[in-house]
Design a protein around this ligand. Structure first.
Ligand SMILES: NC(=O)c1ccc[n+]([C@@H]2O[C@H](COP(=O)([O-])OP(=O)(O)OC[C@H]3O[C@@H](n4cnc5c(N)ncnc54)[C@H](OP(=O)(O)O)[C@@H]3O)[C@@H](O)[C@H]2O)c1
Length: 332
């Protein structure tokens, strides 16, 4: 498995990991088993995916079976947007570790730069009477200081952030002792994050692509969970150029989309609960896309128009001062 060495540590991060968002407990437990047997060593989860305990079970079973050691694995989890208060960081990390049955995680991310108040009873965001989310203004630099303490305590190997824009990443980089090693953002053929990738390259920060296949089922989730409808949801896996290239290399569309990102030095974390797709999503290292085909795929980029995850399904989030995806005002 190809890896990327993370900034400030000797940690090797595998370039393919198993995504687990929306995966139900039984589904994800089996997915992890299949994935580990298929050669995955990197799993991506988060406190608010509510599946860390199932992942923990599968990891424990794999370790106990003697198939590998803890240090062979790379496990990422994330501090939820309702846990960003400095006083909450360690508590949420320890809850994640307990569910994962681990002494440490390899990578701990601030899931989002904006914060919500906490509903202490349900351990989820507090919601106002009108259905909007209760915004909490926390300086993520303060959150980060406590994240750094977790590294020093040995509970985390490396730190990073997710859904930060370039300015936020730079501000964090300039104001941290332990530098962010990874930025995890939405990244796929329709939204290739060229500016952010250039910034990360300059800073030495590794980039992980979430929704690398365009998250084909996400719109259903937005509708059922948040009653939020997204017009013109993209079908990247169905794009004719992707499928033409897939035929040429005798691969499937998913493998072409993932390989395109990997050849652009981006780590990918495709989610699947299907054993055949889990195996195919890591079967990426026996072919190489030509320069010409890379250019054709690079040209599918729609920039900001390709974004699926605006997070506007969190009612009122656009009013948070750290909302990262505000479109720039056009000055006349
Ligand atoms: N940091 C964040 O805010 C954030 C946000 C979103 C996602 N993520 C992370 O990134 C991971 C991946 O993103 P994602 O789950 O949104 O989307 P994705 O990986 O782009 O797509 C997953 C979907 O594609 C299907 N699929 C998987 N492999 C396929 C293939 N080879 N061909 C056709 N369909 C395929 C899956 O269905 P089956 O399961 O039926 O195969 C699933 O519905 C997440 O699971 C999560 O770990 C992070």
């Amino acid at each position: 498995m190809k890896t990327i060495t993370l900034l400030g540590s000797n940690l090797e991060m595998p370039m393919v990991g198993l995504g687990t968002w929306r995966a139900q407990p039984k589904e994800v437990e089996n997915a992890c088993r299949v994935a580990l047997d298929a050669g995955y060593r990197h799993i991506d989860t988060a406190f608010n995916y509510n599946n860390e305990d199932s992942i923990g079970k599968a990891i424990r079973e794999w370790l106990d079976s003697g198939k590998g050691k803890r240090e062979d694995l790379f496990i990422t989890t994330k501090l939820p947007n309702f846990g960003n208060r400095p006083s909450d960081v360690e508590r949420f990390l320890k809850m994640s570790l307990e569910k994962l049955q681990l002494d440490y995680v390899d990578l701990y991310l601030i899931h989002m730069p904006f914060s919500f108040h906490l509903n202490e009873e349900t351990l989820s965001p507090a919601i106002n009477e009108d259905g909007s989310f209760c915004l909490d203004t926390i300086d993520f630099i303060e959150t980060w200081k406590v994240m750094e303490e977790q590294v020093n305590k040995g509970l985390v190997k490396a730190l990073g952030v997710s859904n930060f824009n370039g300015e936020q990443l730079q501000r964090l980089y300039d104001n941290s002792v332990i530098k962010p090693a990874v930025l995890q953002v939405e990244l796929h053929a329709y939204m290739q994050q060229k500016d952010l990738r250039a910034l990360c390259k300059k800073l030495g920060v590794a980039v992980t692509a979430y929704s690398p296949l365009g998250s084909p089922e996400a719109h259903k989730h937005f509708r059922t969970k948040y009653n939020y409808t997204m017009e013109n949801f993209p079908n990247i896996l169905g794009h004719p150029i992707v499928n033409e290239i897939a035929q040429k290399y005798h691969k499937n569309a998913g493998q072409i989309l993932l390989k395109h990102l990997i050849q652009n030095d981006v780590i990918v974390i495709p989610k699947s609960g299907n054993p055949v797709r889990i195996k195919s999503n890591i079967d990426l290292f026996n072919f190489e896309l030509s320069e010409e085909d890379m250019t054709r795929l690079n040209d599918l980029d729609q920039g900001e128009d390709g974004r699926i995850f605006s997070f506007l399904f969190f009612k009122g989030v656009e009013n948070h001062p750290e909302y990262p995806f505000r479109k720039k005002e056009v000055t006349k």
